[in-house]
Design a binder for this molecule. Sequence first.
Ligand code: ADP
Ligand code: MG
Length: 463
Amino acid sequence: MTTTNPSEIWSSALGSLQLEVTRHNYDTWLRGTTGVSAADGTFVVGVPSAFVAETLEKRMSPLISRTLHGLLNDDVRVVYRVHTGGDTGGDTAGDTSTAAPGPAAAPALKKRAAPPDAASLTINPRLTFDTFVVGKSNRFAHAVAMAAAENPGRSDLNPLYLHAGVGLGKTHLLHAIGNAVRARGLSCLYVSAEQFTNDFISALREGRQEEFRAKYRNLDVLLVDDIQFIAGKEHSRESFFHTFNDLHTSSKQIVISSDSHPKSIPLLEDRLRSRFEAGVRADIQPPDLETRMAILGKKAQLARVKLEPDVLDFLARKVVRNVRELEGALNRLIAMASMTGRPPDLDLAQQAVADMPTPAGRLRRSDPAEIIAIVSTYFAITPQELVAKTRKSNVALARQVAAYLLREQTTRTLAEIGGLLGDRGHSTILRAHDKIAREINLNTERNRQLGEIRAALDRSSPH
Ligand code: ADP
Ligand code: MG
């Protein structure tokens, strides 16, 4: 993190949390929370009620701590404090001037020079085209992002719509565009769709519509991250539609990122969808081995750590799903090396990965019976049906999901998993696992389902 502002830090944390919990849980428990202060190893989160505080404490503490740890590279104790008085807590967006630090605002966790102005805070200077590694999986997205940055508003690239699964570089590319156009003195705003929504709602509530309009329309470039979050919110969508049209008709560049193709965002109205489809779309696929190695090499170089090729190769083979996890593995290795004074060699890399929380930081050790039970419940079938010899499609899907989770979250071998799932061969299990792994990255629906099942597992497994 380059920011030390609690509101900014929490805003980034919310960005990640949004991807980790179900939308329902996000809306119920995390929406409207704020970063109040960060001092002396304690991070204070402002929440709307004691009930929310209690629930977050009980159900989401490990996830929240892990998320903050990832952002701050430091352990923090998280404290939930109920908002008092006028703090409506609606706007956790990048607008730091409205952040309500409260009396405990005091020194940030790590002191750095004050950033130049509030608006530029929201663009992370680390996320540039220079630090973005190009490979087969992201070449087109990178090329169109560069072109839009060089020539914002170019009609064939407007809007630019980037889509990809979690952790594959969408946010990075948006920031890279932001950094490039800012460097040339153009005005540019980066927001998540969530921030846009919050901003819109609080402007409405507080009668600041004019200010809102000015903020979003006097721009050369508008970067909107994770647009899927605007889908079901009618008024914000409406407002976005008008913002979009205003900017577009005056040839201002709009760049949108999403976890899926505009066609597969449910609840996105047609007129917005057709606007999104009018410019250029680029998707980003999970990186291949070679690109993963290059990314690790680049990140190690940025962190000024020298890694031997065998270490790069090991990590790149071990962590395949997305770049965020890859980066997490590397950071862990670097942290372990500096804590223990040992060299970041293959030995330590193996340890770093062994201790790593699984994707999204969830349980590595689940009880196989629990997985089968929860997956069955989720798909509304019985465990007996799940393991039976039927090919009915919902049962087959449930079985594939179970195979995936058993492989991901238990130490059972493929043969053992085959045994648990009705005597199936190990290649069947492997195919099922790979199919679901692929679908998670490409298919929003599947991604959401897995998120919900994992959340159910999280709730049921003792930590
Ligand atoms: P997304 O927004 O798609 O979920 P991010 O842009 O946040 O993903 O990327 C996750 C992490 O991986 C970030 O730290 C980002 O810098 C890094 N990353 C992703 N793709 C690349 C790449 N091609 N080269 C270098 N770093 C990357
Ligand atoms: Mg992102």
